[in-house]
Every structure is written in C-alpha cells, then in structure tokens.
Design a protein. Structure first.
Length: 264
C-alpha cells in the first residue's frame, strides 16, 4: 500500500498535521538499512556514507533539512518525483509523559509503503520530543510534539528496513526503530546485518538509561556514582566476545561519556 503527504507542507509538519491516502502515487519504501549512530544521536536511512555525501544529497533533493539555522529532523524527497529518498532523525533524551501511549505503537501492524510530496516542496520538521523502549529493547519509539494524544486510529508505515513512521488520526505522530541494537553504528559506517543477541540489546538498554536527563545532570555535576556505573557498564560490555562490532560501538559511546564528563 502506498501513502503520501496529502496536505501542502509549508510549516511545521508535526504541528500542522498531515493526511494519508492509499491512492497517492507514492513509490515503495526505501531500501536503505537504517543506521543508529550513538556518537551522533541520530537514526539515518539514505544513499550516503559520510557528511559530504549527505550534503550533496541534500542539495539535489527537497523537503526538510537540518541546516545551521534550523535544528530539526531531516526528510528528503526526490526533486522530480517527490518520493521520499532519505531520513535523518534525532533521538531525544527525554522520556515520554505517557509511556503507555508509546507502548501502544508496538501492537500496530506495519504497512509497507512510501511517502511523497509535491516536487520541490520545502518545509520544517521538529525533532521528536520523547523516546521510549520496551524491556527487551526490541523497539525504540520516538514521538513528535503536537501529536494527537491517545489517537483512535494508528498507522505504522514502514518506509525503510526496520524504520517506520507513525501516524495518529491522520497526523504524523513519531517514528519507530525496530531492534535498535541491530542498527548500531558509531558514525556513518554501514550497520551489521546479522541478528542481534539479547545481551547486546540489554547493554543498549543500560546505556540508554544512563543517557537520560537525571543521569546527564549528575554527570555534569561530576557525580562519582555515575562514573562507577559507567565503568561497570563498560566492564560488562568487555566481558562478552560476540557481536563485536555492535559492542564496540557501545564501548566507544560509554568511553566518550567518561572522557567528556570525567576526563578519564
């Protein structure tokens, strides 16, 4: 099934709302495997492998873009067809005000498809304001500000492998990354395609828990207790010998926090 942004997009997409229709003419979803960069704090799916290629891609497409003067999410569309070609989505650090609302998206079946806008259209797209993951870390759900609260109709549109856009009552509500550990990268390198392990998912959950406002504030204050937690997590990461590329990403991310806040 195909979907498109039916409403003219000229202002903040997450605030104005969008309609979705099945006969839009939008093409199929993107085939790019999503990458979850812990160092950059973003999820990306697009035909680029570094900053220079991303900038070149942005110049050749239309849509929203995280330029210096706007700190928002990036959603780029082909300049001729108007079909969605890439996404770059910032991962927030705040927990949701309503965890049950975030959890409800897990039970929504995915529908494959694509998005399209009128070619040449440009708009701004706010970042998501909250993030949530389940106990087994099988999904990361990030929700936008201005979304409908407890929507009656939910649509989960799979626009790239493992990555879905979420629509509530015909408005863009957020996005979901399935098995976020599977997509872990440090920077722009390709993600590993092999299956993840419960251990890697648990380690990612522990890292995400520490990368949250109360713990970040404690790090800023030099709390030695948080340093001990970081050191313990790093030791737990090093104790395993499987899923090496992903655990290396986690190890570097924890090490970066220790170096930045504690100079160790």
């Amino acid at each position: 099934m195909r979907y498109a942004i039916a409403e003219a997009v000229t202002t903040y997409l997450s605030e104005t709302g969008t309609g979705i229709g099945a006969d839009s003419g939008a093409g199929p979803g993107m085939g790019h495997l999503s990458r979850y960069s812990l160092s950059g704090g973003y999820v990306a799916a697009g035909p680029y492998g570094n900053t220079q290629e991303r900038e070149k891609h942005a110049r050749a497409t239309s849509g929203s873009c995280d330029w210096l003067w706007f700190d928002g999410d990036e959603m780029r569309f082909d300049a001729r067809s108007g079909l969605l070609t890439s996404l770059l989505l910032a991962v927030p650090e705040e927990p949701p005000a309503d965890a049950q609302d975030s959890a409800a998206w897990l039970s929504v079946p995915t529908q494959p498809g694509g998005l399209a806008i009128t070619p040449g259209t440009n708009f701004d797209l706010n970042r998501a304001e909250s993030r949530w993951w389940d106990d087994a870390v099988t999904a990361l759900v990030c929700l936008y500000p201005g979304r409908p609260a407890r929507p009656q109709r939910r649509v989960r549109l799979a626009v790239a492998p493992g990555l879905s856009l979420l629509w509530g009552d015909e408005r863009l509500a957020g996005w979901m990354l399935e098995d976020p550990a599977r997509h872990l990268v440090h920077d722009w390198e390709p993600a590993v395609t092999a299956e993840t392990t419960p251990r890697t998912r648990a380690l990612l959950g522990a890292y995400l828990s520490l990368l949250s406002p109360p713990w970040i504030e404690a790090m800023q204050e030099g709390d030695p207790g948080v340093l001990a937690r970081l050191a313990g997590l790093r030791q737990a990461i090093s104790d395993g010998d499987s899923d090496a590329q992903r655990t290396d990403v986690l190890d570097r991310a924890v090490g970066d926090l220790m170096e930045h806040w504690y100079d160790v």
